[in-house]
Design a protein around this ligand. Structure first.
Ligand code: 5AD
Ligand code: SF4
Length: 481
């Protein structure tokens, strides 16, 4: 699953403006990837119309919803711990109802009702529009489950509420689901078939965000490069489309071009890309528009051809190098980040060394690294034994994290002495006298506040760096304001 999990955000309850006439209180929190956080905004928007105001106090809630992640076992354990906490609160507030949303709901279905006695409601990622009916069921004293996956649902017609955001950067989802069937990954089972959202509704949402003065948009999907709109329908059925549909189809490069053209002052990002689906025309569109950020999250998972094959990654090590070379040729200052899994079944020391040597070649700017976690139902779980001992997985992971730390420091060091554009997002976590923002390469930069404010594009002279952050001084506004 190609999505970034922001550790700082895990479990944050979502709070929206209060509607006076709304009587019931909803506590909603999210775990996992950005898609879950975005989905929770859609859920809150649906429930606002059903008489729910959001609350940050679990103890006050009439309804508690937890949007869950199944990507690794640890993610599921975190959610189970939260359910224990809700259970304790339920003893004080017996009227409180508890619902599980998202990937764990989809994976475990009604098992949740049997195993976790406190759960009243189980709703999969494609069934949120059914929440009003399901809540009625629960109110009538019955448990309610809807885990039907859809081939069409994109929630394109629901405008998510973003009141908890920093007002500067927003996420807009463009595809849902994934058809790639990587053998380790639970996403195709929990999120269903890949489908693309109507470009018109994407454009409308972005226009609205621009009107509200947002400065940066991230187009979101499990596999954004696979985006394809030809009037609706699954990507795999495109071949059967009419000539007219084919001629007027919008792929990811075209969508990116359209958005960048229409909003030259908006910074654009996208995540996540899959090496086998990323085409040269996307890289060329990135190079053509100044406002498309020079950063690609391009998971590799393993540097070994044999393991890539076992993972069903559908590209080789050499094809990945070719893609990296093309990116660096067309956009020399493009930052690249990775996802890597260590200890996939049968991984040998030589396979692991291939991953390290691949990292040495690419010298990624950042990385997200994980020990393999067997997920029930996936092809790897069914066909392969989870045979790499935990200490070996952990040691390989530590070596990969150390290589990444070195490469991040090397990449960040190259910015020292340069003056770069930074979009201010918030006060620095470490010092209230400093702003924190990101460069086009997605690197965090911190500098004294001066008279600048959140949402300004500022030119910052970089004086020094740590392995994760650039430190500098603002030297003026950028021409993007
Ligand atoms: N075990 C460990 N890591 C996994 N990921 C996906 N599935 C698993 C798994 N079963 C990682 C991949 C993916 C990232 C979001 O999570 O690296 O790109
Ligand atoms: Fe990403 Fe592969 Fe999982 Fe799809 S199946 S979400 S491409 S890791």
């Amino acid at each position: 699953m190609e999505k970034i999990i922001d550790e700082n955000k895990q479990g944050q309850p979502l709070v929206l403006d209060q509607e006076k006439e709304n009587q019931r209180k909803l506590f909603i929190e999210s775990y996992g990837c950005q898609m879950n956080f975005s989905d929770s905004e859609i859920v809150a928007s649906i429930l606002a119309k059903e008489g729910f105001n959001t609350t940050q106090n679990l103890e006050d809630a009439d309804l508690v919803l937890v949007n869950t992640c199944s990507i690794r076992e640890k993610a599921e354990q975190t959610v189970r711990k939260r359910l224990e906490k809700y259970n304790a609160v339920k003893k004080i507030n017996p009227g409180m109802k508890v619902g599980v949303l998202g990937c764990m709901a989809e994976r475990l279905k009604s098992k949740f009702l049997e195993e976790e006695k406190i759960v009243d409601l189980v709703v999969g990622p494609d069934a949120y529009k059914d929440l009003p009916n399901l809540i009625e069921e629960v109110d009538a004293g019955r448990n309610a489950v809807n885990v039907i996956l859809s081939k069409e649902e994109t929630y394109g017609d629901i405008s998510p509420v973003r009141l908890q955001s920093n007002g500067v950067s927003a996420f807009v989802s463009i595809t849902r689901g994934c058809d790639n069937m990587c053998t380790f990954c639970v996403v195709p089972f929990t999120r269903g078939r890949e489908r693309s959202r109507d470009p018109q509704s994407i454009m409308e949402e972005i226009n609205e965000l621009a009107t509200q003065n947002f400065k940066e948009i991230t187009l979101l999907g499990q596999n954004v490069d696979s985006y394809l709109w030809y009037g609706g329908g699954l990507k795999k059925d495109f071949e059967k489309a009419s000539d007219f549909q084919k001629a007027t189809a919008v792929n990811f490069a075209k969508l990116l071009d359209m958005v960048a053209e229409k909003h030259p002052k908006l910074r654009l990002r996208f995540t996540t890309s899959n090496p086998q689906d990323m085409t040269l025309d996307v890289i060329e569109v990135m190079a053509k528009h100044k406002n498309i950020c020079k950063y690609i999250h391009l998971p590799i998972q393993s540097g070994s051809d044999r393991i890539l094959k076992e993972m069903n990654r559908l590209h080789t090590r050499q094809e990945y190098f070719d893609l990296i070379d093309n990116i660096k040729r067309i956009i020399p200052d493009c930052a690249i980040s990775q996802d890597i899994i260590t200890g996939f079944p049968t991984e040998t020391e030589d396979d692991h060394k291939d991953t390290l040597s691949l990292m040495e070649y690419v010298k990624y700017d950042y990385g997200f690294m994980f020990a393999y976690s067997e997920r029930p139902g996936t092809l790897a779980a069914r066909k392969m034994e989870d045979d790499i001992p935990e200490p070996v997985k952990k040691r390989r992971l530590a070596e990969i994290i150390e290589a990444q730390r070195k490469h991040s420091a090397y990449r960040h060091q190259s910015f020292v002495g340069q003056t770069v554009e930074v979009l201010i997002e918030k006060a620095s976590k470490k010092s209230d006298a400093h702003w924190s923002g990101r460069t086009t390469q997605n690197t965090v930069a911190v500098f004294p506040k001066g008279d600048y404010k959140i949402g300004d594009f500022v030119m910052v002279k970089i004086n020094e760096c740590t392995s994760a952050t650039l430190l500098g001084d603002a030297v003026g506004y950028s021409d993007n304001n």
